[in-house]
Each structure stands twice: as structure tokens, then as C-alpha cells.
Ligand binder design. Structure first.
Ligand code: ATP
Length: 296
């Protein structure tokens, strides 16, 4: 897979360490989440990659080329701060100003307004827009130059549930066209719903970088029950398929070490004259996986 971005040992020290020797790759066409609590170094990382902050040390490569050249910036669309538009001008007029700066034909404006669902409101002044609409207009503005990479810093901050869903749908539609997207967020739920890959930051250090599913080595667990739970627990332990078998809130929880389907386990147990009253295979939520990662 082609790398759109490769970050190597990137470090920024202000008074304290803000970003501490992080390395990660971003593959073309995926949606990446930069996940971490406030102050974990997300915005500083974006700032360095977009040349607004000088790094202390480390390198990065956009499209295989070292650093961030002016030509590279033309291939990137970014929303890092609150959208800044002229309040009394319409969305269309505001985008005309951006299009002129970016050297993009005005014919592109309707296309990007359509992507963010604002075509019907293009004549309305920016100041009459809701927060969600303002954020959508910012995305339209970032999409004007048909970027290969879209960078969004906390894109749903402050939005109501409907606004959040709209932004998510827009991001997912843009991703479907093959645009690589990098989103900074402190919300696990957001990353889980939108991203295929995640880079977890804590105190400027990268704890994990890879696919969302790969964040935990866990193969998941079974919740089970039967008429005689003690007997079931003993049989499960003897099967040597589980790293642990424990009673939890009236259910037996068996942590899977050797991958096995619910159907296969049920068949094994039936042969041992165990008839289950409850059998569910589950995987830890991203939240549990994240907490385990941070604990380590
Ligand atoms: N210009 C600056 N001067 C000094 N310290 C800074 C500066 N910018 C950021 N920091 C510090 O660097 C650390 C990382 O901040 P950063 O804004 O990158 O985190 P973040 O993960 O984006 O959090 P948030 O979502 O709150 O912005 C914090 O401790 C912050 O106080």
C-alpha cells in the first residue's frame, strides 16, 4: 500500500515535551484517527506537518517527499482552527474568495457545496448558519482544491447529535472517493465510528499505531451459562481454549486464547452433555482496549 505520509521520530519541545519521538505511517485511501486526550500533542503534530510549528527534531515525508513543500500543501485540505469566513457574505461569496486564493475555478464551488449538503443554502449569509453548517462550509472550503489528503482537527467539537451525524456522513462519503483523511479527536466513539486506523497519543507519546481492530491482541471472549455453572466452568477450563474462565455477574466469561466460533464451542459442549442456556461471543469495546493500552 502506498504511503501518503510517513512520520519518523517527530519531536516538539516547548517548555515541556509536547510531542515525544512519534513515528507512524498513513496509507492512501484510509481514514486515520489521531486519538488522545486534551494536551496529548495532536494539534502540535498537525502544526508541524503543515509547517505552522517548527519541529525540535524528526522527519516526515508527504507523498514520499521530505518535509512539506508549497506544492505538497496544494495537495492537502486542512481545517485546524475554527472556520473563519466573512459573516455578512454568503457561503458562495466566501468560497469564491477562497477559490481565488487557491486558484480554483468557480465551477468547483457548487460541487463542494453539494458534498456538504449546503447547495440549497449557498446564497444565505454565513452569519445565519448553525455551528454544524459553519463546520460543513469549512469542509467544503478545504475540499475546493480536490485535496488528496483531508486533515480535520476535532471536526465535531461543540456540535449537537444531528450535526455530528451529518459531519460523520460527509467524512465517510469523502473517504469513499479515495481521499485519505486524518482526524484528530479526543473521542473514542468518534474514532471507532469513522476511522479504519488509529494512532493513540498520550502525553506526546504514541502508544499504538495501526488498524482499529488490531488495537488489542484480544481474540474476544464468550459469555456462557448452563444449568450447572460450576460443572461448565470446569469443562471450559479443561478445554485449554481459554486464557481465563471466570464468573462475572451470574455469567461465565471465558477469554479466548485459541480462536473458536460460538457454533464450534457449542458442538464441543453438546458432545460433553452440556446444554447452554446462554452463549454470546463478544469483543472488548474500543474503550476497553484503549484503557488497557493506556494502563500499559
Ligand atoms: N505554543 C505553545 N507553547 C507552549 N506549550 C504549548 C504550545 N502549544 C501547545 N503546547 C503544549 O503542548 C502540549 C500538547 O498540546 P496540543 O495542543 O498539541 O495537544 P492536543 O492533543 O491537540 O490537545 P487539545 O485538543 O487540547 O488542543 C500541551 O501540554 C500544550 O500545553
Amino acid at each position: 500500500m502506498e504511503n501518503v505520509l510517513s512520520v519518523k521520530n517527530l519531536t516538539k519541545k516547548f517548555k515541556h515535551m509536547a510531542v515525544d519521538n512519534i513515528s507512524f505511517d498513513v496509507e492512501k485511501g484510509n481514514v486515520y484517527g489521531l486519538l488522545g486526550p486534551n494536551g496529548s500533542g495532536k494539534s502540535t503534530t498537525f502544526g508541524m506537518l503543515l509547517t505552522t510549528i517548527n519541529p525540535t527534531s524528526g522527519d516526515w515525508y508527504w507523498f514520499g517527499e521530505k518535509g512539506t513543500s508549497t506544492d505538497t500543501l496544494k495537495k492537502i485540505g486542512a481545517i485546524i482552527e475554527q472556520p473563519n469566513f466573512y459573516p455578512y457574505l454568503s457561503a458562495e461569496k466566501n468560497l469564491q474568495i477562497v477559490a481565488e486564493i487557491k486558484g480554483v475555478p468557480f465551477t468547483k464551488i457548487d460541487e463542494v457545496l453539494e458534498i456538504v449538503g449546503l447547495l440549497g443554502r449557498k446564497k444565505d449569509p454565513f452569519k445565519t448558519y448553525s455551528l454544524g453548517m459553519k463546520q460543513r462550509l469549512a469542509i467544503a472550503s478545504a475540499m475546493l482544491n480536490s485535496p488528496q489528503v483531508l486533515i480535520l482537527d476535532e471536526p465535531t467539537n461543540g456540535l449537537d447529535p444531528e450535526g455530528i451525524i451529518q459531519i460523520r456522513e460527509i467524512i465517510s462519503n469523502i473517504a469513499k472517493t479515495g481521499t485519505t483523511i486524518i482526524i484528530a479527536s479526543h473521542l473514542l466513539d468518534e474514532i471507532e465510528k469513522i476511522c479504519s486506523h488509529v494512532i493513540v497519543l498520550k502525553n506526546g507519546t504514541s502508544l499504538y499505531s495501526g488498524s482499529v481492530e488490531g488495537m488489542s491482541n484480544s481474540k474476544g471472549f464468550f459469555e456462557l451459562n448452563a444449568e450447572n455453572p460450576e460443572n461448565l466452568m470446569k469443562i471450559l477450563t479443561d478445554l485449554n481454549l481459554f486464557s481465563s474462565v471466570k464468573m462475572k455477574e451470574n455469567l461465565i466469561v471465558a477469554q479466548i486464547s485459541d480462536d473458536i466460533s460460538a457454533k464450534d464451542l457449542n458442538q464441543i459442549l453438546v458432545k460433553k452433555d452440556i446444554f447452554l442456556s446462554h452463549l454470546v461471543k463478544k469483543k472488548e469495546s474500543l474503550e476497553t482496549q484503549f484503557l488497557e493500552l493506556v494502563k500499559k
